[in-house]
Write a protein that binds this ligand. Structure first.
Ligand code: SF4
Length: 86
């Protein structure tokens, strides 16, 4: 089973609350990252993301903490769920 993650708009101060779609589609990704640049919980958001993406079934997905899934993979390596597919 693959679970697709998404930014956590419940983080207090999250600027992406109710704007989830921007965090997935390629064209809107640039807009999402710009929002992240201004977000007061960016560091905590990335921490939450990495915690979630460390679960055995997790795959990297969407923009979290200003980083795309590809950027997170480059920096932190593939998520466990992605390693099982390789
Ligand atoms: S850093 Fe970006 S993804 Fe994370 S809560 Fe803020 S706006 Fe949302």
């Amino acid at each position: 089973m693959t679970l697709q993650l998404m930014p956590d708009p419940t983080l207090a101060g999250a600027l992406c609350k109710n704007q989830g779609e921007k965090f997935y589609s390629g064209r809107a990704c640039k807009e999402a990252r710009a929002l992240c640049e201004e977000c007061p919980v960016r560091e905590r958001c990335l921490e939450v993301c990495l915690e979630e993406e460390s679960r055995p079934w997790a795959r990297r997905w969407g923009v979290w903490g200003g980083m795309t899934a590809i950027e997170r993979t480059r920096k932190f390596g593939p998520a466990p769920g992605e390693m099982q597919e390789a």
